[in-house]
Design a protein around this ligand. Structure first.
Ligand code: PGA
Length: 252
């Protein structure tokens, strides 16, 4: 399976800039990798237009926990799908930490996305304190428990992004071998909580200061099926360089 490169533009690009970057990336060939762009909600339809006819897929950065209802300001998974999204980030650490998202909310969002036929990208990862206290596996176990009993229909997929919080936006990526250990633990835990059928279909991505320089080293590790990229995905040149590097020197 080709490596999956997911660009998380957060709230960093204006809609106009998002359309420009999407158009530039869509204009060059993408071989040996699958690329997903996650602009902000307001840019989704224009970015969808900019990448039409290319192999680039569209993702959202969040979704509502409910399917529909009196929920001012929320955006439903069904509407995201209708806009052309195939992926949705769920439980990004910025939302957990700065917007108070709980595992319970994240679990509901996850089910709302799968019910709408989207592929959730569940973001998990430990903070610096949790890591130094030796709690990484306990944190991952707790965060992955939202997958308990999950079933996927048809060819539906699930992604889990391992994003150690201390590596996000800091320029200090995890060591690829260290990330690989976490990925192996994640696959085992998914098997335990959601069963073999889900575990066989899960793609575990690494996120946290991924760059054109380090992406190949992550993808060379076992169980690293792709990357979730913030800062380095916000320029077309850097994003293209990541996609190019992802297609080279891949061992698995
Ligand atoms: P970063 O962000 O690549 O800037 O570290 C990753 C993310 O938050 O998904």
């Amino acid at each position: 399976m080709l490596p999956l490169i997911v660009a998380n533009w957060k709230m960093q690009l204006s809609d106009a800039d998002a359309v420009t970057v999407a158009g530039e990336v869509a204009g060059s060939p993408i071989a040996d990798a699958e690329l997903v762009l996650c602009p902000s909600f307001t840019a989704l339809s224009r970015v969808a237009e900019a990448v039409r006819g290319s192999a680039i897929a569209l993702g959202a950065q969040d979704c509502a926990a409910d399917t529909r209802g009196a929920l001012t300001g929320e955006v439903s998974s069904e509407d995201l799908r209708a806009l052309g999204c195939r992926y949705v980030l769920v439980g990004h650490s910025e939302r957990r930490q700065r917007l108070g998202e709980t595992d319970a909310m994240i679990g509901k969002k996850l089910r709302a996305t799968t019910a709408a036929g989207l592929c959730p990208i569940l973001c998990v990862g430990e903070s610096f304190e949790e890591r130094t206290e030796g709690k990484r596996e306990a944190i991952l176990t707790r965060q992955l428990d939202v997958l308990r009993g999950l079933s996927l229909v048809g060819t539906q997929q699930l992604c889990v992004a391992y994003e150690p919080v201390w590596a996000i936006g800091t320029g200090h990526a995890a060591a690829p071998s260290d990330a690989a250990q976490a990925h192996a633990f994640i696959v085992d835990t998914v098997r335990e909580v959601a069963g073999a059928a889900v575990a066989d279909r899960v793609r575990v991505l690494y996120g946290g200061s991924v760059s054109p320089e380090n992406v190949a080293a992550f993808l060379a590790e076992q169980h690293v099926a792709g990357v979730l990229v913030g800062t380095a995905s916000q320029s077309a040149a850097r994003l293209r360089a990541i996609v190019a590097a992802a297609g080279r020197d891949r061992r698995i």
